[in-house]
Design a protein around this ligand. Structure first.
Ligand SMILES: Nc1ncnc2c1ncn2[C@@H]1O[C@H](COP(=O)(O)OP(=O)(O)O)[C@@H](O)[C@H]1O
Ligand SMILES: [Mg+2]
Length: 233
């Protein structure tokens, strides 16, 4: 398989806590990979280590390039872009200015395409604090897309959104993966989003991979049911 993104042996200790234990993962072009697991399973730590925000062990390859040991900025410039569990926008800065600064930092302007496709074209003159939360989270997503990244790592992009806004965001993520052909790893606790848009799902539990497969395979997996989905299935 022509895997665009490949990580191997991703591990992380926080003091005596083994937050991640030897995770391998492969994502293909245009694929949406969901990552789920109970609180504390290691999902954010995985995104942090892989994106270079936090130190950790393991190898990271993107489009054939070895990014292991590179800084978060070097990884971003090489095409690995991430969002944060908490929104990273500047509330008092105009949306257009924030996107302009990202364009300045990451070059290769695809600003028009990004603002149009995420429905932000008519709020560029507004401060982030003046628009709705759904638009703020779409701004987060837009910022990750500036500079035509090769992969997006999204940590709970729909956190705090209404069901309706979550579904709008989910459809934007789908558009990014399928039309812009940018694969996405999405950490999400909202199962409606996971099962609506993901091609495949990885389940973490206490830092280990518990299961992996299509959404249906994962949903039917007895270990997953008892560990995580049981109460929600
Ligand atoms: N900065 C940190 N310092 C110490 N322990 C941490 C830190 N960040 C996360 N952990 C621990 O690592 C484990 C995984 O956390 P996290 O990756 O945030 O889980 P998730 O995102 O799946 O809820 C938890 O046991 C958590 O307490
Ligand atoms: Mg988390």
């Amino acid at each position: 398989m022509n895997a665009l993104f490949k990580v191997h042996g991703i591990s992380k200790n926080y003091g005596g806590v083994r937050a991640l234990n030897d995770i391998d993962l492969t994502v293909g072009r245009g694929e949406i990979r969901g990552m789920i697991g109970p609180n504390g399973a290691g999902k954010s730590t995985f995104i942090d280590v892989v994106s270079g925000r936090t130190s950790g062990d393991g190898a990271v390859f993107l489009d054939g390039v070895d990014l292991s040991g590179k800084s978060i900025q070097e990884r971003r410039l090489s095409g690995m872009s991430r969002s944060f569990q908490r929104t990273s926008i500047f509330p008092e800065m105009k949306i257009g200015k924030q996107l302009g600064l990202a364009t300045y930092a990451f070059g290769d302007s695809n600003l028009m395409e990004v603002t149009e496709s995420l429905g932000l074209a008519n709020v560029l003159d507004r401060k982030a604090s003046e628009v709705g939360y759904g638009e703020q989270r779409r701004l987060d997503l837009a910022l990750t897309l500036i500079g035509k990244p090769k992969i997006l790592l999204l940590d709970e992009p729909a956190a705090g959104l209404s069901h309706e806004d979550s579904m709008v965001l989910a459809d934007h993520v789908m558009k990014i993966a399928k039309h812009m052909n940018v694969p996405v790893i999405i950490v999400e606790h909202d199962m409606d989003i996971i099962f609506r848009i993901c091609d495949s799902v990885t389940v973490l539990e206490t830092g280990k991979k518990l299961a992996e497969g299509t959404p249906d395979e994962v949903r039917q997996n007895p270990a997953v049911k008892s560990a995580y989905l049981g109460s929600m299935a």
